[in-house]
Design a protein around this ligand. Structure first.
Ligand code: KG4
Ligand code: ZN
Length: 333
């Protein structure tokens, strides 16, 4: 009955969670609001705020789970990928805590953890399944053969889907992070009002940089013709952009599912919080006869619960690392 403390600090959320025997008892997330003023995450500031937040987040996670620090059997932490300065805070905390309490350390790959978030709640997907992992830094289609046997079968060649959401919102003059705002306005607009291009990219790979440029030029030309264009058509623009991003993602997912002959299909990462994507996958899934797995909102964006659950499965495999472990900005599966 392992008690795992999970630590996540790869970007701008400081999070701590407690997992007891595969069940998440607490998941505390301290968001950083300071970055909104800069229109994006400032790595140096993120690192400093993690330093302030990490101990209170862990204390609160232990308190919420009604677990003492003496009950913990292992510390699982995000080793990468992510911002190096941010990762360093979580990794250093995990190492110090483990050293002080003589506990084993478990390194976790953040992108694998997004996928393993599906093992927090029921129903849990059967292996093998395909997972579309869409976050601010990554867009991947992953063939998940077992808990830690995963193969990336397609990925973005430039921007991530979340980046496309955030960059579009910046062009529209919306504050950071823009993904949730695009979602909000898209619900009020017509998704067929404007047509944006779908790139022709081979295999199961993605590209979003051309879409971003076409949105930029479209807005520039429309605003030149009518300075009130953005105010008048914000909802329609957001709905149309969201529809294009969702169709790019789902068309590739469908192609991969047919090629690999897999009908268990999952969604993971921050962009899986998007209403249009969740609905789009649900509709496509019922049309294709898929078993679809869509995570709870709390486990879509960055959180330590997914790190703790990944840690739980690694603990069962005795998959530990030494005190010489260092964070990795890029970390392959
Ligand atoms: O997984 P995540 O929390 O952090 C990374 O590992 O990158 O993903 C963050 C991304 C951001 O780009 C954010 O705009 C996007 O997820 N996002 C959304 C929504 N909620 C978060 N994008 C569209 N609609 C949403 N509701
Ligand atoms: Zn993430």
């Amino acid at each position: 009955m392992p008690v795992i403390l999970g630590i996540e600090s790869s970007c701008d959320d400081t999070s701590a969670a407690v997992c007891v025997d595969g069940e998440i008892l607490s998941n505390v997330i301290a968001n950083q609001t300071i970055h909104a003023a800069y229109g994006g995450v400032v790595p140096e500031l993120a690192s400093r705020v993690h330093q302030q937040n990490i101990i209170p987040a862990v204390q609160q996670a232990l308190l919420n789970a009604k677990v003492s620090k003496n009950d913990i059997d292992a510390v699982a932490f995000t080793r990468g990928p992510g911002l190096l300065g941010s990762l360093l805070v979580g990794v250093s905390f995990a190492k110090a805590f483990a050293l002080g309490k003589k506990l084993p350390l478990i390194e976790v790959n953040h992108m694998q953890a997004h996928i393993l978030a599906h093992f927090i709640d029921h129903p849990k997907p059967d292996f093998p399944f395909l997972c579309l992992t869409v976050s601010g830094g990554h867009t991947q289609i992953v063939l998940v053969k077992n808990y830690f046997d995963m193969e990336i079968v397609g990925q973005t060649m430039d921007d991530a889907a979340g980046e496309a959401m955030d960059k579009t919102s910046k062009i529209l003059g919306l504050p950071y992070p823009g993904g949730p705002l695009i979602d909000k306005y898209a619900r009020l607009g017509n998704p067929d009002a404007f047509k944006f291009p779908e790139p022709n990219i081979p295999d199961f790979n993605f590209s979003f940089s051309g879409l971003k440029t076409s949105i930029l030029y479209f807005i520039r030309d429309e605003v030149a013709a009518d300075p009130q264009f953005l105010q008048k058509r914000m909802n329609d623009i957001c709905a149309s952009v969201e529809k294009r991003i969702v169709t790019i993602l789902l068309n590739k997912l469908k192609k991969a599912a047919l090629t690999y002959n897999i009908t268990n299909i999952a969604l993971a990462g921050g962009v899986s919080a998007n209403t249009g994507l969740r609905q789009g996958l649900t509709d496509l899934g019922s049309q294709m006869g898929w078993n679809c797995f869509i995570p709870q909102f709390a486990y879509c964006t960055d959180n330590a619960a997914m790190i703790a659950i990944a840690g739980h499965y690694k603990y069962l495999n005795h998959d530990f690392v030494g005190q010489n472990v260092a964070p990795l900005a890029r970390m392959p599966f």
